[in-house]
Design a protein around this ligand. Structure first.
Ligand code: IMP
Length: 191
């Protein structure tokens, strides 16, 4: 029997309990409900399309969707990720496009983190080519200090300093997405 697995926790992938909590699951639940209520007011009587950016935004989208009281449908896009690198190469590539047309629809793009802004800037341009009736952006986290392109989200759950975080959908090398709180990934664990 093998005694270790490629997916087992290692020194490079510290256990989540050892990481400092930045935002608790209770804070996340409260802010998600507040943003859901705000969106429900802003789009009252309308139908909206929620487009999540895979994979990081999946958990935020699922919580947000349950807090949104107006008629809504889901779609997802996927873009090239950082992989194990914590800094973006700057090049964003579409891996999965939307499944259904959004022309004439009210669209909210849903992201886990607005960091340099390159991803959302690229996706916003792409979505606008489909001629939606309107396009807004909702992000769970915003790191305004890191911005390389001028883009702001319409709905922001939390502004955070320039720290690398994991949990609530957000990963480091695909790990930690299922961690319930948002935690600070330690610098010394980066490789
Ligand atoms: P941007 O194009 O630099 O704005 O990158 C946004 C994407 O980078 C997010 O959707 C995340 O996938 C990733 N990202 C940025 N900061 C973090 C972080 O602190 N933890 C995990 N992923 C991050």
């Amino acid at each position: 029997m093998p005694t270790s697995s490629a997916h087992a926790p290692t020194a490079f992938f510290p256990s989540p309990e050892t990481m400092e909590v930045l935002i608790t699951k209770e804070q996340l639940a409260k802010r998600t409900r507040e943003i859901g209520a705000q969106i429900s007011t802003d789009y009252e009587g309308q139908s909206i399309v929620l487009i999540g950016v895979l994979k990081g935004a999946a958990i935020f989208l699922s919580d947000l969707a349950r807090a949104i009281k107006v008629d809504n449908t889901f779609d997802f896009v996927a873009v090239s990720s950082y992989g194990r690198a914590r800094v973006s190469s700057g090049a964003v590539k579409l891996i999965k496009d939307i499944d259904n047309p959004i022309e004439g629809r009210h669209v909210i793009l849903i992201e886990d983190i607005l960091d340099t802004g390159l991803t959302l800037n690229y996706l916003r341009g792409l979505m606008l080519q489909h001629k939606p009736a309107s396009l807004k952006i909702a992000t769970c986290l915003d790191k305004p200090d890191r911005r390389l392109v001028p883009i702001e989200a319409d709905y922001v759950a939390f502004k955070i300093p320039n720290q690398f975080v994991v949990g609530y959908g957000m990963d480091y090398a695909e790990r930690y997405r299922g961690v319930e709180d948002i935690r600070i990934f330690p610098d010394e664990a980066v490789h």
